[in-house]
Design a protein around this ligand. Structure first.
Ligand code: MN
Length: 297
């Protein structure tokens, strides 16, 4: 099967800041358990500006932040306050409910380059207690002129320490101009590749920042060639066996669950309190719009 082209759209993530959003897409809602994929930056904020995502709730997912450049402080309702730095992952498991805020830090570099992903939690884990962890060190290996950071799961004989609850993988790969790399794949996983910079050739087709390459399942390996200095992320996983309903910052199964989470957030229940963020709490959108939407696949 030739790779499928998933066009990237632009989405506002707060305060006039736009991300390149690859997931969810109307033709591709998930890749394994990965159900959200935003590429932020690279950009330089002017003095006095920065990332400012005020307190907001999550249920049913893990937020997975991969910091490529810059610094952001995460604060959550469990009392965690954690600066995430380049080369690190912040992982927050929402379970039945948590709230957090993400802000740039006054007086720091003013740079931002990150990938923000969400991982849907399966039925066995989505009602569990919330937790948060920063991973300062991830496995990095050199292969065929490429630098591979293993973000999640296992590949090339190493395993990422990041705790996930379904079979999945995530890699960040930078490639020298003209480099070719063969990546071992799991036949049971479906995969997608999102270029962050440069161009990468997959099965003779070239992909740039404008589109994500969906590779499907059933492959033992992928041979990729870098057109110029290329940077991309590769995500994969066993196709998620449950129908999810993604609305605002919630991953659930039914509109009733989304309604209950929205009501709890608006009433100040369930999600605790985030202290110390300079940003205003986010207001949940009107859930009645969800009921007008077509049921997800
Ligand atoms: Mn969030």
């Amino acid at each position: 099967m030739p790779p499928e082209r998933i066009e990237i759209r632009s989405a506002e993530v707060g305060d006039g800041l736009y991300a390149r959003r690859a997931l969810p897409h109307r033709e591709r809602r998930m890749v394994g358990a990965w159900c959200f994929l935003d590429h932020l930056g690279p950009l330089d904020f002017e003095a006095g500006h920065g990332l400012s995502v005020g307190p907001h709730p999550h249920i049913g997912l893990q937020t997975f932040t991969w910091m490529i450049d810059g610094e952001v402080v995460h604060r959550d309702s469990l009392g965690n306050e954690q600066v995430i730095r380049p080369g690190q992952v912040n992982l927050m498991s929402a379970g039945r409910g948590i709230s957090h805020a993400e802000d740039s830090i006054e007086g720091r570099s003013g740079r931002l380059h990150a990938v923000q992903l969400w991982i849907a939690l399966d039925e066995a884990h989505r009602h569990g207690a919330p937790s948060f962890r920063n991973y300062p060190d991830l496995p990095v290996l050199e292969r065929d002129g490429c630098r591979v950071t293993l973000l999640a799961g296992s590949a090339f004989g190493t395993t990422s320490p990041v705790e996930v609850f379904s079979p999945l993988v995530g890699m960040d790969i930078t490639a020298a101009p003209g480099a070719g790399i063969q990546i071992p794949l799991e036949a049971a996983f479906e995969y997608a590749l999102l270029p962050l910079a440069g161009a990468v050739e997959v099965d003779g087709e070239t992909f740039t920042q404008e589109a994500m390459a969906y590779l499907g399942a059933g492959r033992d390996s992928a041979t990729l060639r870098s057109g110029d200095a290329t940077h991309f992320v590769l995500i994969g996983g066993v196709p998620f066996g449950e129908e999810i309903l993604l609305w605002w910052n919630f991953v659930a199964r039914t509109p009733e669950e989304i309604q209950a989470a929205t009501d709890d957030w608006n009433a100040g229940r369930r999600f605790g309190e985030v202290h110390g963020s300079p940003s205003h709490p986010l207001v949940a959108p009107d859930v009645s719009k969800l009921r007008l939407r077509k049921a997800p696949r």
